[in-house]
Design a protein around this ligand. Structure first.
Ligand code: LLP
Length: 435
């Protein structure tokens, strides 16, 4: 399974050079027998993360953007094994909180490889990151408000600063993840140059930054291009005012295909359009994808525990829920689902009929649904299901709601599997309480 060439089953490479690193790994490309072994050994629900695929995704990004700095938005998956893999692949880390900075430094990223993007940062985050900067003076802090500049100054910070701009144009797979035109994020576009100029008197202003949103594809690409164009204009205005920028970061957001027949993003074409839209700038272009790096490197394995026939649908209760993978409940996100047991022939019937299955979790909420009336080979109790594209914002958004311990995670590397996050226990749930 870690041999990606096995994953090329749908002709998604456009030439021999892409054969070894296809643009997407579909759920259908994962080896069912191997996944069943892992579920047997480590139990379910179980996240499986293929570090080889993470490496391939990093390589494809770097190949598409050879002159740009490709940073990893760590929020998509902050597991240590993933961070170390990304670091080894040469991508710096973009961190959204003190916790992410803490994880990145712990995983061996140097200060120069850490960009902290402050979003209305709590005091404790600024305290932590400024302390970290004293030890790692090459660390960069991105601010999204003039107010944050003042708070950094009060803490004695005078290092590498980047200004996040609200570009006035957003994009993304769901309203809840479009940041570009949302007043919460960034300094208003027409105030950004002034802030850069005034801040440059006290700080080492090294960059400007904007992020349109997450899961960009199709029509949204035009909005992303517009963001890039605006950032190019801003960078030229700032240069003309005499401030030398090191980089212009146009954010992440590259979409991945969640539906089985959705085409993969043409990354080289997106990269080309980005270069064209930014125009001539006297700074390095930077991008910071998260999802693209890890989404198709992960699957979630879950076992059927209840099958209930109803007039409308076959309600299929599984041991993962919205606390394990929140995306369907939160964004109505589609994730492919495979019944591995019925395929393997170990199950009761090799030739099961296809039924409309509604796959639900054990959480006492009506939003705890992975899919509704999806054609699936008739589920039976103890069947093993695999949920695709679970590597990004999967474990990362897991919670212990309903007092459900979080699942385990196994990482695959060079054909070997290792438990990288143990399953939480009932005791873990109460460990932080003092009475
Ligand atoms: N940079 C910034 C400043 C961001 O806020 C984000 C994502 C990224 C980069 C990376 O975006 P990506 O390349 O991963 O699309 N939980 C949601 C996604 C929220 C993303 C928030 N910010 C989901 O599961 O779809």
């Amino acid at each position: 399974m870690s041999d990606s060439s096995e994953g090329v089953s749908r002709g998604e490479h456009r030439g021999d050079s892409r054969r070894d690193n296809p643009a997407v790994r579909r759920l259908a490309d994962w080896d069912a027998a191997r996944l069943a072994d892992l579920a047997g050994e480590y139990g379910t629900p179980l996240y499986v993360t293929d570090l080889g695929r993470v490496r391939e995704n990093c390589a494809r990004l770097r190949e598409a953007f050879p002159d740009a700095e490709v940073r990893y938005a760590a929020k998509a998956h902050t597991g240590r094994a993933v961070l170390e893999t990304v670091r080894d692949a040469g991508l710096p880390a973009e961190c959204a909180s003190a916790g992410e900075v803490h994880r990145a430094l712990g995983a061996g990223f140097s200060g120069a490889e850490v960009q902290y993007t402050a979003v209305h940062p709590p005091a404790g985050d600024l305290d932590y990151v400024v302390d970290a900067w004293r030890e790692h003076p090459d660390l960069t802090i991105t601010v999204g408000a003039a107010d944050t500049v003042d708070r950094l100054r009060e803490r004695g910070f005078d290092g590498r600063l980047c200004v996040r701009v609200n570009p006035g144009v957003g994009a993304g797979h769901h309203e809840k993840v479009r940041t570009g035109a949302n007043a919460k994020f960034g300094v208003p576009y027409d105030r950004a140059a002034d802030l850069v100029e005034s801040a440059s008197e006290q700080f080492d202003v090294v960059g400007v930054h904007a992020h349109a949103g997450s899961g960009i594809s199709g029509d949204d690409l035009a909005n992303h291009r517009e963001l890039v164009r605006r950032m190019g204009d801003l960078a030229r205005e700032i240069s003309a005012a005499g401030v030398d920028l090191e980089f212009v970061d146009v954010g992440g957001g590259f979409g991945v295909p969640y539906e089985e027949d959705e085409p993969a993003l043409d990354l080289p074409a997106v990269a080309e359009a980005t270069r064209e839209a930014i125009g001539g700038i006297d700074a390095t272009l930077a991008v910071e994808p998260g999802r693209y790096v890890v989404a198709d490197a992960g699957v979630l394995l879950t076992r059927v525990n209840t099958v209930k026939e109803t007039p409308e649908t076959v309600v299929t209760g599984v041991d993962a829920g919205m606390t394990t993978l929140l995306r369907p409940a939160m964004y109505d996100a589609y994730h492919a689902i495979r019944n591995l047991t019925s395929e393997s022939g170990d199950g009761a019937g090799d030739a099961r009929e296809t039924v409309g299955a509604t796959v639900v979790g054990p959480i006492c909420e009506s939003s705890d649904v992975f899919c509704e009336n999806r054609p699936l080979s008739r589920p039976e109790r103890d069947d093993l299901l695999a949920v695709g594209n679970a590597g990004a914002y999967g474990y990362e958004m897991a919670s212990t709601y309903n007092s459900r311990p979080r699942p385990a995670e196994v990482a695959l590397e060079d054909g070997d599997a290792a438990l990288v996050r143990r399953r939480e226990t009932l005791t873990d749930l109460t460990e932080v309480e003092s009475r």
